[in-house]
Ligand binder design. Structure first.
Ligand code: NAG
Length: 346
């Protein structure tokens, strides 16, 4: 690798806190941090449910590298104060699964959780770096066939307006808008906090689109979040018909996304940036073509008509440059990212 420990914002061996550690993205952030020589303390809502992570990471990286602390409610005042003590870095990845279509319920949990993470970091003198996992939806929702630019000045004001519109609070689109607004307003609250409070740490945000790729423990994590989308398509959307109309958007390999988080945490020159973990656009039909190529004997759905394509142009060069600095050739292909999941389905 082309960098030395003494040139990094936090040296190898330092302790990094990762919130929501057992989630799809966060578990890979833990894995990548451990792989390059950091110690990790994961926060989880329930120690018992996430207990599998302790032997899992001990088997990979040896004893005393990974630990867990319980934070049952990220929105509770002071939620992360104890968890960050002694840490050099914090990756705030945790975000609740949206149960509610009501913006008054869903959005404040995300905003409060984000502010709690930043306040805890600001109070802990050891914390030099904070990375916030935002979302592609904090910049823009997918808009098939429309040409537009996404860069560090792009915010999903459309979703915020739609999410806070008067009731009724129902329907898949409303739930998606509430989720997107929670990520938009959560990230905006983070930048505002840093601007106003001027804490001693550096903040960076990572905005990933649909994560695909290997799952660390199917036994314990199932097919979490967007990894479940591939499984749904494989199963011809049985019981998940709503996913059929998922618009085309960008994918990112989940391990690449985790590496972008690591880069945002450790590289001295990455300061106050919004990093776009967007590899390339895809649609369901691109994934069906990969299924047919990889498994010619099997039968899959016919192409879905009228999906359109994602024509947005995203400022993702910086994130890819950071991946290369971490020794990768660039974004991992869609085929490889899909195959990591389908190989577990056959
Ligand atoms: C978020 O924080 C505010 C201010 O501290 C508090 O009034 C509110 O109850 C919190 N909301 C949630 C969902 O915890």
């Amino acid at each position: 690798m082309s960098y030395k420990s003494e040139d990094l914002s936090i040296p190898f061996g330092s302790l990094v806190v990762v919130t929501g550690a057992n989630g799809f993205i966060a578990s890979h952030v833990c894995d990548q941090l451990l792989a390059i020589g950091y110690r990790v303390r994961g926060t989880v809502r329930n120690n018992n449910r996430a207990g599998w992570m302790l032997p899992f990471f001990e088997a990979r990286y040896g004893p005393d590298k990974f630990s867990l602390v319980e934070v049952p409610d990220m929105a509770a005042s002071g939620a992360y104060d104890e968890a960050v003590i002694g840490a050099s870095g914090l990756c705030h990845v945790a975000t609740p699964v949206m149960q509610s279509y009501n913006p008054h319920e869903g959005i404040p949990i995300v905003v409060n959780g984000t502010l709690n993470a930043l306040e805890a970091a600001a109070k802990a003198p050891s914390v030099k770096r904070v990375v916030l996992t935002s979302s592609s939806t904090a910049a823009a929702s997918p808009q098939p066939n429309k040409e537009f630019l996404i860069n560090s000045n792009t915010w999903n004001e459309m979703a915020v307006e739609a999410a806070w519109a008067p009731p009724p609070y129902e329907g898949d689109q409303r739930r998606l808008d509430v989720y997107s607004a929670s990520k938009t307003q959560g990230e905006q609250a983070a930048w505002k906090f840093v601007k106003e409070q001027k804490p001693d740490f550096v903040l960076n945000a990572v905005l990933p689109n649909a994560n695909m790729g290997t799952i660390l423990s199917i036994e314990h994590q199932g097919y979490p979040s967007t990894a479940g989308w591939i499984k749904a398509l494989w199963n011809e959307f049985e019981g998940q018909e709503d996913l059929k109309f998922n618009p085309p958007q960008y994918y990112v390999n989940v391990q690449d996304n985790a590496r972008v988080h690591v880069a945002a945490l450790i590289f001295e020159d990455v300061q106050g940036e919004r990093l776009f973990s967007f590899a390339h656009p895809y649609s369901w039909n691109d994934i069906l073509a990969i299924f047919r190529k990889l498994y010619p004997q099997r039968k899959f759905l016919e192409d879905i008509p009228g999906l359109g394509e994602d024509k947005s142009v995203v400022a993702n060069e910086r994130a890819e440059e950071l991946l290369k600095r971490l020794g990768r050739p660039g974004w991992t292909s869609l085929e490889e990212s899909v195959k990591d999941i389908t190989e577990t389905l056959i």
